[in-house]
Design a protein around this ligand. Structure first.
Ligand code: ATP
Ligand code: MG
Length: 398
């Protein structure tokens, strides 16, 4: 166990929690026994809590409670931060939009930013940043504290702010494509604690605007039969500037949104994944290749366009992999280079513990002072790709 973890597990008050969650006590007990519901281990972000304040997270979806949901217990009372719902993908825009949104007249289109998902909520007097899986990320929590004023959470303690952390000082998805100097938070959802019910798009943009938050770009609201063409032209433009894609939403947020992405972003994902080819799940590659096929067909590409697509897809697969093999053959180790920027030096060891506990093998550089902050370079070692490539280079069989 490392410094950031709990030594003594605090018991969940099963009787009260079951009542709050509207779930039979036996069922809840079963979830605890199987560790589908377990206490969150990293305490450091919220040191200062007394022993009656604890967070538990759902590691799987249970009934209507999504994976990544977080249950906060304080004495006998509770709060629930619902997990962020999965966003399904359209492979072909035209038939999918018409079928999926057949009950509504217009759809709203927003940019899908490429960073990582964070839910911010005031829990026990502190704004905490939850990851998709329902852990408290110490880095994101510190950044949120720097990026956003508390007034929103003071005025609306019952709301959860969902958004994308994007920019280069990003330990998960560093991107230089948004003209962001370090890291910023872009709101794309406001939801209620407990029910997870979302604000409508208009109300959400209004409320986020009132507090001066940055928000994902809004491209407009389109009639359903015009939407596919409009989106295709937005996607072509976004592709040119290497942005990721769009999320298509029911303006009332009754239906769940769906997503659609640019080929360029697909290829960027593949370039990164094939550099670490043995550390990435195979369906990650497969799904991205299939997307290219569907997009090419929907866009009715001629021979020249098709050749360009084939070439780009092939390059994004082969070049980074070849580069990795050469590097390992020459005795170097390949690593994913990322960096974080913190205000408080204490965040560094806390974050290091957090990554270690997640099983990420990382080497932290010496903090460099920039103004009143510190930049720390982090080398994430991709052990499996390194080991596999090395053994191939030594003549082992695949
Ligand atoms: P999911 O299960 O939601 O599909 P995923 O890990 O496969 O998750 P992505 O393919 O990146 O994720 O797509 C969904 C994610 O897109 C959301 O979880 C959110 O973090 C991100 N996102 C970026 N911009 C928006 C936006 N405008 N609206 C909603 N989500 C957005
Ligand atoms: Mg994403």
């Amino acid at each position: 166990m490392n410094a950031g973890s709990d030594t003594a597990e605090v018991k969940l008050d099963i009787e009260s929690a079951a009542r709050y969650l509207n779930m039979p006590q036996l069922r809840l007990k079963g979830l605890l026994d199987r560790r589908i519901l377990s206490q969150i281990w990293n305490r450091s972000p919220y040191e200062g809590w007394d022993e009656h304040q604890r967070l538990f997270r759902f590691d799987k979806s249970v009934s209507k409670i999504e994976h990544g949901s977080v249950l906060y217990q304080k004495d006998g009372s509770f709060e629930l931060i619902r997990g962020f719902p999965k966003i399904q993908r359209a492979m072909l825009l035209d038939p999918t939009l018409k079928k999926y949104f057949s009950n509504i007249e217009t759809v709203a289109v927003e940019e899908k930013m490429n960073g990582y998902n964070v839910r911010l909520a005031d829990i026990g007097g502190k704004v905490l940043a939850f990851t998709r899986g329902g852990l408290v990320c110490p880095y994101s929590t510190e950044r949120a504290g720097q990026l956003l004023k508390r007034d929103f959470f003071d005025d609306h303690p019952d709301l959860v702010l969902c958004g994308e952390m994007a920019g280069p000082d990003n330990p998960y998805v560093p991107k230089d494509i948004y003209g962001i100097e370090s890291l910023d938070f872009f709101v794309f959802d406001i939801r209620h604690k407990g029910s997870g019910a979302p604000y409508s798009l208009k109300e959400r943009r209004k409320l986020a605007g009132k507090y001066g938050f940055r928000q994902v770009t809004f491209f407009g609201e389109f009639l359903l039969n015009e939407a596919p063409d409009e989106i295709i032209s937005i996607i072509r433009e976004l592709g040119i500037i290497q942005h990721e894609g769009v999320v298509i939403k029911d303006p009332q947020m009754v239906l769940n949104p769906i997503k659609y992405t640019c080929s360029q972003s697909n290829c960027a994902d593949l370039r990164h994944a094939f550099k670490f080819y043995n550390d990435t799940g195979q369906d990650y590659f497969f799904s991205r290749v299939v997307r290219e096929g569907f997009q090419s067909v929907e866009w009715d590409e001629d021979e020249e366009e098709l050749q360009k697509r084939c070439f780009q897809l092939g390059e994004s697969i082969l070049r980074p992999m070849i580069e990795s093999i050469k590097q390992v053959r020459n005795g170097a180790r390949i690593a994913d280079d990322v960096q974080i920027r913190v205000k408080y030096q204490d965040t560094i060891p806390t974050y290091k513990d957090y990554l270690k506990r997640l099983g990420v093998d990382a080497i932290f550089g010496v903090p460099q002072r920039i103004g009143d902050e510190y930049i720390v370079k982090i080398k994430k070692l991709n052990q499996s790709t390194n080991d596999k490539t090395e053994s191939m280079c030594k003549g082992e069989l695949w």
